[in-house]
Design a protein around this ligand. Sequence first.
Ligand code: COA
Ligand code: MG
Length: 297
Amino acid sequence: MTIRPRRSVLYMPGSNTRALEKGRTLPVDALILDLEDSVAPDAKDTARQQVQDALAQGGYAPREVIIRINAPDTPWFADDLAMVAAVRPDAVLLPKVRNGEDVRAMSRAMRENGLGDTGLWIMMETPLAILNAGEIAATRKETPLACMVMGTNDLARETGASLAQERLAFLPWLATCVAAARAHNLAIIDGVYNDFRNEEGFRAECQQGRLMGFDGKTLIHPAQIEAANAIFAPTEEDVAWAEEIVKAFSLPENAGRGAISLNGRMVERLHLEIAERTLSLARAIAERQQHVSGEQS
Ligand code: COA
Ligand code: MG
């Protein structure tokens, strides 16, 4: 079982060369090089060219690289997709998805551009996407869809709902998307926290996202990386407990049993599955950490 950690997924405007440069050394799990909302219409062509040059130069591994393109109904979509085909990132991120047909159409456009084996990530940021979350996630059977990203700022704008008070108004939508993603074995990343100087508020929102089942958080600033990496990683206690579960089920006397008692708690075979996932995520994170400290020494 191989798992890609996606604790920290940092957006950077394609128009910002300093950010594109910094992306090669920041300890993030993934980078979203953005051509969409963070790039002004006048800067679209420059940003596209800068992202192309940066990726041609390389140096981003082992970070996962995702390019967020402009929506299909914009004048930039075709050029964006052609650039993606030239540089072949790990995935392309499609904004403003409304339904399953939007995902299928994107998948066809990707095949037509020779991007058949590139991953597809989508923004969940329109009211229709929330209402159609199950149908959208189900397209995984016929498309390269791999990951959902919550676009909470767009959702706030389009619905009139506020992100205040610990995202009270957003909780049903966030939970619906987590359920849809998990029903179809997709990864899912929480939305951004705009107030990037507020560390306490950011940490609280990461904790909330982790409790809800998100794999990680999208970030807007390097100051947010460390907390996201820590909060979305299994804790030492999680790892120790997972090891105990694996050990207990490997004992010959437990071989045929569905449920056992361990330290006074009931543990079932489904917990064994979760434990194995925890251990494999912890291993992947440890490898990532080694690579990053190697880069910095
Ligand atoms: N990715 C990479 N590096 C970033 C970064 C990002 N998203 N945001 C800031 N940095 C870098 C800056 O270049 C600067 O580098 P340096 O000091 O080594 O030169 C350093 O981090 C500190 O930046 P700071 O001055 O604190 O921030 P700022 O005022 O320059 O930028 C924002 C603030 C919000 C404009 C900027 O963080 C940003 O553009 N974030 C991404 C926005 C985005 O992509 N939105 C779309 C999705 S919601
Ligand atoms: Mg958006």
